[in-house]
Design a protein around this ligand. Sequence first.
Ligand code: BJ8
Length: 422
Amino acid sequence: MADNQKMWAELGMNLEMHDMLCEVLPGAIGDVFMSQENRPEAMDYFDMVLADVHGLRPSELVEFRKNGGKVFGTFCAYVPDEVIFAAGGIATGLCAGSQFWVPGGERYLPANTCPLIKAMLGARFDKTCPFYRLADIYIGENTCDGKKKAYEILGTDVPMHIMDLPQMKREKDYLKWADEIKDLIKVVEEVTGNKVTPEALAENIKKINNKRKALERLYKLRRNECVPISGTDTLLISQIAYYDDPERFATMVNKLCDELEQRVADGVSVAEGKKRILITGTPMAIPNWKMHNLVETSGGIVVCEETCTGTRYFENQVDESGATLDEMVQNIANRYMGINCACFTPNTGRFDDVVRLAKESKADGVIDVNLMFCQTYDIEGRSLEERCKAEGIPFLGIETDYTDNDAQQLKTRIGAFIEMLG
Ligand code: BJ8
């Protein structure tokens, strides 16, 4: 802890304010995670990462930078980590899931902005997150309007590169995204001073694919009648995926999956008598565990997340057969364009995904969770509800933020929905 204090001071953090943030974390971890019964032993690793979330990984990244390495902060599931690692850099997600950062963001943004965006700016400008301090450059993307404009404000304080994500999925859009990835390659080469070679890119395509495969294995295990792990624990793992070392992360997830396979064989379940719920909607950045906690303390078990802290992050591998840099870049572009974010039009692929995943995970019902003031997901929610209803899938739409103000009211609604599932 003393070492952490020194590191945080050297990163120019606001230590007094950061102490206030650190004070609430142990209580939240106890309430949300440690209160669960019958957790897999291999969750130890992820618990440890969480308990020292601002110490463990940041100290590795600080060390990496001392040796000349460059760290790239990212915000979106569309940013291809492969090319950053291929240049010898490290990509780290910049999470924005805490209410603690929202008031800081409101100093720069209208109050009616999505809490994720407000938290992004609060984390940076309040100087209370080591990841936001240590990243050499941020990689943003043109997705929703709020993020786009917020990046302009972040760019006054930190170097930023914005990727222009197409918002339709025509052939020319796939080519355009490949072009954007080539521009990103130029940026990472410039920042790191290293060339992205075909060999390095091929190696890192495999590395990130392995991480995806580990997560896919984990998610498939949740489809069993015996659900061997809670949704709350799985969400934590998906959140950590954004910033942990990819190889170590894949190893630890696979180790956990070995244990979960044994649990399934032994008939160990954390879902006895609970209703199976698929959650879809906006991403749940660390430490936003609100919905999972509410569902899983109201008679439900979350068996799948169709979100960017869920299947959108790992479904579909990058084709590993590319021989040239151009082929590899196009293969990367094709994989990422397969993500179905509400900033695209049309986005019916997401509806197909939700229906497919609900069937695969044998969900009894779907809960669509929208972060307040996120227009794209909010508007899309209506069509998603119609589609789910047409498929005979019970559906509940929820809009919420990072505060606990609505927790009781949500618990009542979720409890009633779960009861209605029979
Ligand atoms: S690929 S979901 S991570 S943009 S910030 S859209 S909640 S108003 S985060 Fe996202 Fe990439 Fe899409 Fe995924 Fe809404 Fe808030 Fe915008 Fe948000």
